[in-house]
Design a protein around this ligand. Structure first.
Ligand SMILES: [Zn+2]
Length: 261
C-alpha cells in the first residue's frame, strides 16, 4: 500500500487504521524496542524471542514453524540420478511433519511452490515468540557422502539440533565424511530470534540416498522421526543433550556470507 494514500480529512479514519495496524506489525516484530542485549526477550510467549539466543533450549513450546527450503524459481539441489528436486520433497516433508504434530500450532512458511526470500523467512519467523523454527532441506555434494546433517548457531538451538540429528540418523545412518551436527552461522540459523535449525535430510547427490529421498515411505519415516524429536524437546527441554556450546556474539548473517544448498 502506498503510505501516502489517504492524507486528507475524508480519509482520517483510514489513515488512523493504517497507523494502528502498522504499529501492531512493528510491535509484533519486536522493532518497537531498541534492545539488542542478550536478554532482550520481547514476546507474549512463555519463552519468547531473544536476539542472541545465549540461553538454554526451549521447553513447553506449542508452536512450530516449518520452512520448506527453496521454492518457485529456486529449485535447490536437483538430483543427477533421478531428477528429484529439493524444493518439491522439502515441501512434502514439512507437510508430513505437520501431520505428525497434532496438538501443536504448526505454521508452514510456504505451502505451495513459491519463492520466498531468506530475509523474508526470517521476518515471518520473528512474528512468533514462543516457537521454534525448522528449515527443511536436502543436500548436494560429492557423490560418496550420504546421511542427514543438522545446522545450528544459537546456544538455545543446540539441544533441538542434537535431538533432530540423532533422530534422523536413526532413519538414515551417516557414513564417513558426513558433517553430522554443525554449528554454522547462516541466515536461518543466526538471524531468527527464536530457536532455529536447518536440516539437510540427506544427499540427493548420492545415488542410494537420492532413491530413498524419492520414496514416500522413506520420507514418512524421516518426517515421523523429526516430529518425535520436536515433541521430546518440548517435553523435557535440553535434558540429555549434553553441555551447551559457548555463546558467540556474531553479527547477523548476510546474503554474501555463505550460500546454503
Ligand atoms: Zn537447500
Amino acid at each position: 500500500m502506498d503510505p501516502f494514500f489517504g492524507i486528507g480529512k475524508t480519509h482520517d479514519r483510514t489513515v488512523m487504521k493504517v497507523f494502528l495496524s502498522a504499529f501492531a506489525v512493528i510491535s509484533s516484530l519486536g522493532l518497537a524496542s531498541c534492545g539488542t542485549g542478550s536478554q532482550s526477550s520481547s514476546s507474549s510467549g512463555s519463552y519468547g524471542r531473544d536476539y542472541w539466543g545465549h540461553r538454554p533450549g526451549p521447553k513447553g513450546f506449542r508452536t512450530v514453524i516449518l520452512d520448506a527450503g527453496h521454492g518457485g524459481k529456486d529449485s535447490g539441489a536437483v538430483s543427477a540420478h533421478n531428477g528429484v528436486k529439493e524444493k518439491d520433497i522439502a515441501l512434502d516433508m514439512v507437510k508430513r511433519i505437520k501431520s505428525e504434530l497434532p496438538g501443536y500450532r504448526v505454521i508452514l512458511m510456504r505451502s505451495n511452490d513459491e519463492f520466498i526470500d531468506l530475509d523474508e523467512r526470517v521476518r515471518l519467523a520473528n512474528k512468533h515468540g514462543d516457537a521454534v523454527l525448522l528449515s527443511v532441506h536436502f543436500n548436494s555434494g560429492p557423490s560418496y557422502i550420504r546421511g542427514p546433517e543438522t545446522y545450528y548457531w544459537r546456544v538455545d538451538s543446540h539441544g533441538l539440533a542434537t535431538r533432530l540429528q540423532d533422530a534422523m540418523e536413526q532413519v538414515s545412518p551417516i557414513e564417513q565424511s558426513n558433517r553430522e551436527k554443525v554449528r554454522r552461522r547462516l541466515r536461518l540459523t543466526r538471524n531468527p530470534e527464536i530457536p532455529c535449525v536447518l536440516l539437510e535430510c540427506g544427499y540427493l547427490s548420492n545415488v542410494s540416498e537420492a532413491q530413498l529421498a524419492n520414496d514416500a515411505r522413506y520420507r514418512a519415516r524421516m518426517a515421523s522421526a523429526i516430529a518425535q524429536a520436536i515433541k521430546l524437546q518440548s517435553a523435557v527441554g535440553d535434558a540429555g543433550t549434553g553441555s551447551l556450546p559457548p555463546p558467540l556474539n556474531a553479527p547477523p548473517s548476510r546474503p554474501t556470507d555463505s550460500p546454503t544448498s
